[in-house]
Design a protein around this ligand. Structure first.
Ligand SMILES: [Zn+2]
Length: 136
């Protein structure tokens, strides 16, 4: 398991803003905060998508699981992304992306770790191992 170094009390965690890439310290159980740097709302929750879901942007500091019947059409910024259904869009994952068997992904993918299971469909421009400092 990847872990963030814990100099601080366990009641808080460090997150990287999905808008401005600046780090913030947040209460571990907080669902959202306003970024102290760019003042935008920052979602911290984990999501599980079980149906069609199309949005203008799908940004979270947490994780996203797209279930077998889930179909996400959106630009995504996420920690861990697990796809069992379909995803279309530009994905930037801070931690990892896993495309499970029978899942499909179409679009652009940027992640430090990519796992593609046997039988998955991946039709994407992929960048693996980008550092957090390289943000456009
Ligand atoms: Zn910010």
């Amino acid at each position: 398991m990847p872990s963030i170094s814990t100099k601080h009390a366990p009641a808080v965690k460090n997150v990287i803003c999905t808008h401005c890439e600046q780090p913030s310290e947040v209460a571990r159980r907080a669902m959202s905060i306003f970024c102290p740097h760019c003042k935008k709302r920052l979602i911290l929750e984990d999501f599980k998508i079980t149906s069609y879901y199309a949005v203008r942007e799908f940004f979270t500091c947490g994780d996203i699981l797209v279930e077998r019947k889930g179909h996400v059409v959106a630009p995504i910024k996420v920690g861990h992304l697990t796809v069992k259904g379909k995803v279309q869009g530009r994905v930037t994952a801070r931690a990892s992306v896993r495309i499970c068997k029978k899942a499909s992904f179409q679009g652009e993918l940027e992640t430090p770790v990519l796992l593609v299971e046997n039988g998955a469909v991946l039709n994407a421009m992929v960048r693996i191992g980008t550092t957090a400092a390289d943000c456009s």
